[in-house]
Design a protein around this ligand. Structure first.
Ligand code: FAD
Length: 422
């Protein structure tokens, strides 16, 4: 028997329909609808995997206000002049064109979980069967005395990449000779544990070339930080005498800033500075709070599928989630997104769901070709995402090993951005 194309497509569609018939969609609805809020490391990955693996059996809508996504990963390297800003910019075109994701550039402003709808700032309302919330972070109001988001142009955080990254780099380049760059580091937990310290390294790298008598002053509320021994070794090796790190023993936890006078006060002592990079305490992106899925600053989830502990039809990914042992990183968000996408597809199409596995590696660049890394694998327990085993670079490693680490991080960057955006 020969089948013409139309008959073949009809048969195939009917077969797919039968195989995919999900228990959840009993009321005549043909396709499961998934709305993803936030097109970052978590949301873009989830949207791509949902669309790609369901092969048209799901309606996937991605809501993201920005047309261009600038990765925070490698944004410190842009500040240091090691990478160009354009190299960390990505668009959503391939997700729409090649994977059939319905990309809407708008803000989600309300979630009605009882009626399963998401309202957008532009006025539309989206219905969902499963909702993914991956909005990244917002800052805790009043976390640094004297600072608010209104001051972010005078004292940038550069903890969301793009114009803030450009601004901070421009401010550093405009510093007077021998001037002071200051950072207010955040308390735990926060996005990218090594991020502030990789930034210190990249700022030092830049200043060493353009303003070698400049100084870096860091006020830190934490007594220790990620890869501390590695960073401190690197600062001594490459930037001797340039970095003054003030921990809580010396008042690093008692700071205030004045954006008008460009001062940073540490434990009562006022410092006039030229650039002040304020990275305040963080919380889940505001829409998670609006959706009513947060407890305190973060959104608790079940480790096996990243579903909310408050609403099983809502999955929360990435930085916004309180999930257990994983750091708030792009690698982690990407890893969690694949677990959630598989679970959602299973629930809506009946496809097989395998046990959740997670992994993470965070590379940091200390100076040209001097890269260090920390990483771990994780499993889902009833209580949380639990660390299984891990590794970290050692102090005193050879320059060949460090150069190889940096190369590896470039390979990872190419891989993860392809995994997110196609
Ligand atoms: C300086 C720096 C360096 C870093 N380096 C690394 C690194 O080397 N490796 C690594 O793995 N991680 C790194 N990270 C961390 C990484 O960037 C984050 O952990 C990761 O982006 C988190 O992914 P996410 O999906 O939770 O949030 P994001 O990637 O921030 O995505 C959230 C998205 O949601 C959108 N959004 C927010 N609210 C709404 C709303 N109401 N409606 C619609 N959309 C909304 C935002 O516009 C944004 O695009 C770094 C971070 C920083 C700041």
């Amino acid at each position: 028997m020969t089948l013409n194309r139309r008959a073949f497509l009809g048969t195939a569609a009917a077969a797919a329909g039968t195989l995919a018939a999900p228990a959840v969609l009993a009321n005549g609805q043909k396709k499961g609808r998934v709305v993803v809020i936030g097109g970052g490391a978590g949301g873009a990955t989830a949207a791509r995997y949902l669309a790609k693996d369901s092969k048209g059996a799901l309606d996937v809508t991605l809501v993201e206000p920005s047309r261009d996504y600038y990765t925070c990963f490698f944004s410190n390297l842009v500040i240091g002049g090691v990478k160009e800003l354009a190299s960390i910019r990505h668009s959503y075109g391939t997700l729409a064109a090649a994977y059939g994701v319905n990309v809407i550039h708008d803000w989600a402003i309300e979630v009605d979980r009882a009626n399963k709808t998401v309202s957008l700032a532009g006025g539309s309302k989206l219905a969902y069967d499963k909702l993914v919330i991956a909005p990244g972070i917002d800052f805790v109001d009043g976390a640094v005395e004297g600072w608010s988001v209104a001051a972010q142009n005078k004292m940038p955080h550069a903890y969301k990449a793009g114009s803030q990254t450009e601004l901070l780099r421009a401010q550093i380049l405009a510093m007077p000779e021998g001037g002071t760059f200051a950072m207010v580091a955040p308390p735990n937990p926060y996005r990218c544990p090594p991020g502030p310290y990789e930034r210190i390294s990249m700022v030092a790298h830049l200043l060493k070339q353009v303003n070698p008598t400049a100084k870096i002053l860091v006020a830190d509320p934490k007594p220790k930080f990620s890869k501390m021994a590695l960073f401190q070794e690197g600062w001594n090796t490459h930037y001797e005498g340039m970095v003054d790190w003030v921990g809580p023993d010396f008042g690093g936890d008692k700071v205030s800033v004045n954006p008008d006078s460009m001062t940073l006060t540490i434990d009562g002592e006022e410092n006039k500075v030229d650039v002040c990079n304020v990275i305040p305490a963080m919380k889940a992106g505001r829409i998670a709070e609006i959706a009513g899925v947060t407890e305190g600053n973060w959104a608790p989830v079940n480790a096996k599928d990243m579903s909310s502990k408050i609403d099983g039809d809502v999955h929360i990914l990435g930085d916004a989630a309180a999930q257990g042992d994983m750091p708030k990183s792009g690698f982690a968000a990407n890893s969690q997104a694949k677990v959630a996408a598989m679970a959602i597809r299973g629930a809506l199409t009946g496809s097989k769901v395998f046990p959740a596995k997670f992994s993470n590696t965070c590379w940091s660049l200390i100076d040209t070709d001097d890269g260090v890394k920390v990483g771990a694998t994780y499993k889902a327990t009833d209580e949380k995402i639990a660390k299984v085993d891990g590794f970290i670079s050692k102090t005193g490693e050879s320059s060949a090993v460090r150069a190889q680490n940096f190369k590896e991080s470039e390979g990872w960057y190419a891989g993860i951005t392809k995994d997110m955006f196609g």
